[in-house]
Design a protein around this ligand. Structure first.
Ligand SMILES: *Cc1c(COP(=O)(O)O)cnc(C)c1O
Length: 378
């Protein structure tokens, strides 16, 4: 039996809604399903505006444009993240400044942010790793004190909260991902969440190729034209139809993932004391969305053996990010602040277990059996 790491999910409405988009002759962007998705997200996340995009990457790029980030500006972010977090700002000529992560949540270490700030710093990009919230109160205080913007990379955080607030709804802007590897997905997809309403009009223009077409569709202007710099960041309504079918089922999807997460945790947590692995840490003031179950092995050699052991039993358990500061482009376009020892250590020892909605109890038990087999011998 082969157990993959991830499997995209759909339900009985997915194809129905997709066909409906065709029957309505609405397959381009901003059709009926896009509007349904945006309204759903605005209500559930309590944000002023949600703008569906074709990816989280697109939402991050829009964020960099909205913050008017330019050549010479600096943006503080973790090195332990996906390339898009940095690329969005590098595309504008800015320099990512990589700061180390916390050893428990693998999120940006909020105690190191302030010393990384220079007169060129423009924004902070907290990444909510594994859907577990960064220390947003401290990060917001620092941003307010130094007049910096916050763009939350909440790609993995759909359905998680920090002190009762949805991840992605706390900073000036937030970015969600609906890539097939995320809890709620449409193959490719994302959304820009806007808290600071002064960004709304500009965001619509950037997303619609630099035109005021959204205003035109609302009847607020009688023709539309090129008014600013922009690009095409809309998803097709076909994808929005797929996404809407999953948004409607977001609760059961995340609840099932949580069952699997808890099942893993019950069996693996005792190995922390027994053999020195590290299981996920969820701060008390955070709720999480069971996006990921990851463990740290004691060292790189043991991680490699562990991954191979699972692979021999048909189980795919990948490691995660190659830290951006050690990647060729990260080296060229970014700089580090202080030591990134925790980042390096975590990236060398972290492994992710299979986690998806359709994972059966039998499969999850098999993962645990094979993993325990290895860990018991350490
Ligand atoms: C998945 C992910 C992204 C990119 O999402 P896309 O929708 O594929 O563009 C960005 N940041 C983080 C932290 C992610 O996990």
């Amino acid at each position: 039996m082969n157990i993959p790491f991830n499997k995209p999910c759909h339900n009985s409405n997915t194809f129905k809604y997709i066909c409906d988009a065709f029957e309505r002759n609405q397959t381009a962007g901003d059709g009926a399903y896009t509007k349904l998705c945006n309204t759903w997200i605005e209500e559930q996340f309590s944000v002023a505006q949600s703008l569906l995009t074709h990816s989280c990457t697109a939402a991050l790029e829009m964020g960099a444009l909205l913050f008017s980030v330019k050549q010479g500006d600096e943006v503080i972010m973790p090195s332990f993240t996906f390339v898009s977090t940095a690329n969005a700002f590098v595309l504008r000529g800015a320099t990512p400044v990589f700061v180390d992560i916390r050893p428990d949540t693998y999120n940006l270490d909020e105690t190191l942010i302030e010393e990384a700030i220079t007169p060129r710093t423009k924004a902070i990009v907290p990444v909510h790793y594994a859907g577990v919230g960064c220390e947003m109160d401290t990060i917001c205080e620092i941003a307010a004190k130094h007049d910096l913007k916050i763009l939350e990379d909440a790609a993995q955080g759909f359905g998680s909260t920090y002190k009762g607030k949805a991840l992605g709804s706390i900073g000036d802007l937030g970015a969600l991902s609906f890539h097939e590897t995320k809890n709620i997905m449409s193959g490719e997809g994302g959304a820009l969440l806007i808290n600071d309403t002064s960004y709304c009009e500009h965001a619509e223009i950037i997303r619609e190729k630099g035109t005021n077409r959204s205003k035109f569709f609302r009847g607020q202007v009688d023709k539309y034209t090129w008014v600013d710099v922009g690009s095409s960041y809309l998803p097709s309504d076909i994808l929005a139809a797929c996404l809407y079918s999953l948004l409607e089922n977001a609760s059961p999807i995340n609840a099932r993932r949580m069952e699997i997460w808890n099942k893993y945790d019950n069996v693996l947590r005792p190995f922390e004391k027994q053999c020195g692995i590290q299981c996920p840490t969820i701060p008390e003031h955070c709720t999480h969305n069971a996006h990921m179950y990851q463990i740290l092995l004691p060292n790189l050699e043991l991680r490699t053996e562990f991954i191979n052991h699972l692979k021999q039993h048909g189980i795919t358990a990948p490691f995660h990010y190659v830290p951006l500061h050690s990647a060729p482009a990260g080296n060229k376009y970014g700089r580090t602040h202080g030591s990134l020892d925790v980042t390096d250590k975590v990236s060398e020892t972290l492994v992710r277990l299979p986690m998806f909605y359709d994972l059966t109890d039998d499969s999850a038990n098999q993962v645990l059996e094979v993993a325990s087999d290895f860990l018991e011998k350490l």
